[in-house]
Ligand binder design. Structure first.
Ligand code: URP
Ligand code: ZN
Ligand code: ZN
Ligand code: ZN
Length: 517
């Protein structure tokens, strides 16, 4: 049966317009424990005009009509920032079915108050892609930023990257997979890495060996395997490890920081760990699905169930899952996103006779905070402060919008959640707020729940009800030259090091014009 979230949201909106409660009121959160990435402490939080006005003990509501929330026994944390989403994205012949309205509503219900979406070029044109994603975001209900994918190379692409940094894009994604579609080759990647370094922008990679994936897919399909399990079989972890290592080496070669998106395997994670041990500026992002789901679902006899789990790189075995959890707890990987890219059952069915054309992507924008809490905090692997860092602060810092976002502090945007660690709940497509008809977390039990979400000072989700306004979300520009670039200019230029290496041991180099001797 078709679900009607838009209708439900529409009703909530009508209610909101009647009560006129959208903005203007102060909010006082009393008696809670504020949890930031650096520490947790008892404090009240007073919110006014979209900002956090005061954080401290015994705050009083000094204006009439202040909305007071009792947070005794609850945690008051910065809203989640999802660094990796694909709302309303055309991909593999379909368009992801959560747009900037349904996706944002879902996010807010799960305590995420900002995301950074991947804009795609239109016919390889970056600025056209930017325009297109601006249009999509007119429906925004919460704050958002953009990464831009780079899917080709030319002088125009290089110029457009500079143009986009002026508009507030500080990160560019290069796909090393999706051959014949989004994939770039090593030469294009190198050019892109060099340009990112020049611009002070973050180079991001989808690290899988796309040539080998295409071959693996053909071999598995030719062997007669057509179902979703073919997806898992055809692109093993080695291909992710190889591309991750290659991207790291190429970034090292040009001296650029590197951000590896959706780390799904031990292989890729260990490459990142080694790079960091060597002092390289490499950031690893994993996703909620990799920390909590495993590949066995792709063998489910029910195609619809199995196909839901098809994303790239693939969700892997429990052993990979455990290694990734440990790496997040141990600081080898720095943050957790979702890669929310949702295709409903009808859309997934396009690939019912060929796993190669099942549109890739899983849900998570609404579930991420709860899943990370359950897997990592409820299990005792990380502290609540680590949780805040992994789901919010690290993204704000890396993408250079901290402390505007990512912390409960005076002067910061009032993107704040109240989390009740005692409230157990179960995730289900029947009760989620995404436009999806399925949920890869169906039946997943969570100890704890986001009970209140405040987005730039507006109470948008409270006690199970929305209070949202279409178009109220704002673009948050992400400035270049963030922390990943601090002091980078003082490091020896790798290309100079290449020339220096030729002189090691006092061996002179032969230069153009020298007499051969
Ligand atoms: O399967 C995935 N990950 N779909 C979204 C596109 C991407 O590679 O991030
Ligand atoms: Zn509703
Ligand atoms: Zn990707
Ligand atoms: Zn993605």
């Amino acid at each position: 049966t078709p679900r009607t979230p838009v209708l439900l949201l529409g009703r909530c909106l009508a209610l909101l317009l009647l009560t006129g409660a959208a903005s203007g009121e102060d909010i006082l959160i009393r008696g809670g424990t504020v949890v930031n990435a650096d520490r947790q402490f008892q404090a009240d939080v007073l919110i006014r005009d979209g900002l956090i006005l005061r954080v401290g003990p015994g705050l009083k509501a000094d204006r009439p009509g202040t909305r007071t929330l009792n947070a005794a026994g609850k945690l008051v944390m910065p809203g989640g920032i999802d660094p990796h989403t694909h709302l309303a994205m055309p991909f593999m012949g379909q368009v992801t079915c959560d747009d900037f309205y349904t996706g944002h509503a879902a996010a807010l219900a799960g305590g995420t108050t900002m995301h950074i979406d991947f804009a795609l070029p239109v016919a390889h044109d970056l600025l056209a892609g930017w325009e297109e994603w601006q249009r999509k975001a007119q429906d925004a209900v919460m704050d958002y930023g953009f990464h831009m994918a780079v899917t080709s190379w030319s002088a125009k692409v290089a110029a457009d990257m500079a143009e986009l940094t002026k508009k507030g894009v500080n990160s560019f994604k290069f796909f090393m997979a999706y051959k014949g579609a989004l994939m770039v080759n090593d030469e294009q990647l190198l050019q892109g890495l060099r340009r990112c370094k020049e611009l002070g922008a973050i180079a991001q990679v989808h690290a899988e060996n796309g040539d080998a994936v295409a071959e693996g897919q053909q071999r598995v399909f030719d062997a007669g395997i057509t179902g979703p399990e073919g997806h898992a079989l055809s692109r093993p972890a080695a291909l992710e490890g190889e591309a991750t290592a290659r991207a790291i080496r190429l970034a090292e070669f040009v001296g650029a920081p590197l951000y590896v998106v959706h780390v799904m395997s031990r292989d890729a994670m260990e490459e990142i760990g080694r790079a960091r041990q060597r002092g390289l500026r490499v950031v690893g992002e994993t996703v909620a699905s990799a920390l909590s789901r495993d590949e066995s679902a792709m063998w489910d006899p029910d195609f619809d169930r199995a196909a839901q789990f098809v994303m790239s790189p693939p969700i892997r075995s429990k052993e990979h899952q455990a290694a990734l959890q440990a790496a997040v707890a141990g600081g080898v990987l720095q943050l957790v996103g979702t890669d929310h890219a949702v295709f409903n059952s009808t859309q997934k069915r396009v690939g019912r006779h060929d796993f190669r054309i099942i549109p890739n992507g899983v849900n998570g924008l609404e579930e991420r905070l709860h899943v990370v809490w359950q897997e990592l905090v409820a299990s005792g692997r990380v502290t609540p402060s680590d949780f805040v860092r992994l789901t919010s602060t690290a993204a704000a810092q890396i993408f250079n919008i901290y402390p505007r976002k990512g912390v409960v502090a005076e002067g910061s945007d009032a993107d704040v959640i109240v989390f009740d660690p005692a409230m157990e709940h179960t995730i289900s497509a029947a009760s989620h707020h995404s436009a999806m008809d399925t949920n890869v977390y169906e039946g997943y039990r969570v100890q704890g729940k986001v009970v209140t979400t405040i987005s730039r000072g507006r109470l948008v989700w409270h006690e199970g009800r929305f209070n949202i306004t279409r178009g109220s979300g704002r673009f948050v520009p992400t400035p270049t030259h963030g922390p990943l670039f601090a002091g980078l200019e003082r490091r020896a230029e790798p290309e100079q090091a290449l020339l220096d290496a030729a002189r090691y041991g006092g061996v002179p180099v032969r230069r153009a014009g020298d007499q051969p001797g």
